[in-house]
Design a binder for this molecule. Structure first.
Ligand code: FES
Length: 318
């Protein structure tokens, strides 16, 4: 059945093709042939799978193309099952419900960009590179992968420009982050996406290069298991007028969903940004991988799927 709401629509798969080892590229059009809602580099869609799982995938096509959305999906044997299911059912003609594009990873204005992609983390960086070129900005891409055949779009990117440098782990090891970041011009905006270890390494190295502009990253996985340990605490939902206790072993999000079942969430592991909530009072105990250290210190926003409370009470803007 075709459904279209302001938040969701049904799309039709028009192409499925392998673009690297265990990576399928899927292209979707509107199921009724309409123009698709606009998106900007860094945006993702959330795909609803027949099993009920929902998974987010970065859009890696051309934003000005309003007739199709393109994503590339790595089959992760050790994952939670979404990518395996999608690989098994993907075929031309398959229909999926999606949530409209959202962007938690926007491309800020800058004169210079350094993009550092690892594995399937290359996908959101591809339209960003297109946008950086369109803006006439200086840019460089460092793209790392285990083997040449594991790296989606490698040939296309390498043929794009000498500013694209690939680091095939089997040949060269990991990218030389100290020299790569040191060589970037003053004020360069650094964008990175890929495995947790790579993002952690870029984040640690970035702190040693104060001449750079901001660091922007997007994770596909959490850096560790969700930790629901600690004392129980009270949460007041100020606008809803409800107060409840969050005991050890449960999350704020679980309790919020009892009252507000439609409150957005996706990964429920603290890395996607969907459940971000404004804090009106109290001190969050940040346990997420989404907010930057600076944002965590500010304390006015929190990821309620994993983060808890340092004191006895939190007041949330819900
Ligand atoms: S649901 Fe993904 S960060 Fe909370």
């Amino acid at each position: 059945m075709i459904t279209t709401t302001t938040e969701r629509l049904t799309v039709h798969t028009t192409s499925v093709r392998p673009v690297a080892d265990d990576v399928l590229e899927l292209t979707f059009t509107h199921a009724q042939g309409h123009e698709l809602p606009p998106w900007e580099p860094g945006a993702h869609i959330e795909l609803e799978l027949p099993s009920g799982l929902s998974r987010q995938y970065s859009l890696c096509g051309v934003p000005t193309n309003r007739t199709s959305y393109t994503v590339a999906v790595l089959r992760e044997e050790g994952g939670r099952g979404g990518s395996r299911e999608l690989h098994e059912i993907a075929c031309v003609g398959a229909e999926f419900g999606i949530n409209l594009p959202k962007n938690h990873f926007p491309l800020v204005p800058a004169d210079s960009y350094l993009f550092i992609g690892g594995g399937i983390g290359i996908t959101p960086l591809i339209p960003m590179i297109g946008e950086a070129r369109r803006r006439g900005a200086q840019w460089r891409l460092v793209y790392g992968g285990r083997t040449a055949t594991s790296m989606a779009y490698r040939d296309t990117l390498e043929s794009l420009s000498p500013q694209v440098e690939t680091w095939i782990e089997a040949d060269r090891g990991y990218p030389d982050l100290p020299s790569i970041l040191a060589a970037a011009p003053t004020g360069t905006a650094v964008y990175t996406c890929g495995p947790t270890a790579m993002i952690d390494a870029v984040t640690a190295e970035f702190r040693k290069h104060p001449h750079l502009g901001g660091l922007h990253f997007e994770r596909f996985t959490a850096s560790g298991p969700v930790d629901t340990g600690g004392d129980s605490f009270e949460v007041e939902l100020r606008r809803t007028g409800v107060t409840f206790t969050v005991p050890e072993g449960t999350t704020i999000l679980e309790e919020v969903h009892k009252v507000l079942p439609n409150h957005p969430s996706s990964c429920e592991e603290g890395y996607c940004g969907e459940c971000e909530t404004r804090v009106l009072d109290g001190e969050p105990d940040h346990r997420d991988d989404y907010l930057t250290e600076q944002e965590q210190e500010q304390g006015d926003m929190m990821m309620i799927c994993v983060s808890r409370c340092k004191g006895s009470c939190l007041v949330l803007d819900l």
